[in-house]
Design a protein around this ligand. Sequence first.
Ligand code: HEM
Ligand code: HEM
Length: 185
Amino acid sequence: MREQRSRYSTVSILLHWTIFVLIFANATFGGWMEEAAPNEKLDYYQLHKSVGITVLLLSLVRLGWRIAHPWPPFPDNMTTWERIIARGTHILFYVLMMGAPLLGWAAASAGGSPETPLFGALPGPNLPVPQGEELSETLGGLHKAMVKAIYVVLGLHVLGALKHHYLDKDEVLHRMLPLLRDPQR
Ligand code: HEM
Ligand code: HEM
């Protein structure tokens, strides 16, 4: 069943904002991990890996939900180009939300990082990738590039949301905000 026009489902809204907060937090944790003293690096690595793999798993759930519940239609007044940019941004986000943590995980695995448990409790195995310092550095570089791509796409995405809200004055921002009542229900 397609999501309603006037509102995203609670599941979509919850996943959207939870993943947003976790990506934002984990970009910060990544910085802490890189700057940590050698004796603290492993703790920060465990945190960064745990939150990052959570983003990956939640994004897979989100993708499954999106396939089962297609996007609501765009407002009628949107031009073809606006629709292409908006939808392209959404699809790119799905690629980046899963690609960035996956590459980070692959980089750590190729570098032979310890298999620290997720949140200190759940299994946190390495991925079955070939071992090598050079490969690990390449994957790490790609990981960081993908995170930067998230920032760029996010800029475009937020500008789009603000344009809908302040210039077009349509329902697009409202339908992704939590705690608002659906006027059609
Ligand atoms: C939402 C998910 C993630 C985000 C936003 C993210 C963000 C970042 C950022 C911003 C850095 C660079 C920090 C700096 O240079 O100051 C970084 C580095 C790194 N992250 Fe992630 N990360 C995510 C998931 C993961 C996961 C799941 C792993 C798996 C263990 C991981 C492993 C790494 C590694 C190994 C580095 C160092 C890479 C290098 O310097 O070559 N990341 N991450
Ligand atoms: C890294 C952070 C973010 C990611 C990965 C992201 C991703 C997405 C995706 C994939 C969609 C399409 C709906 C879906 O499939 O769930 C969407 C919709 C939306 N997002 Fe974000 N988003 C982020 C941050 C934000 C922020 C900060 C805002 C606030 C302005 C925002 C506002 C919206 C709105 C208003 C929609 C609905 C668009 C529509 O109905 O066509 N997002 N977002």
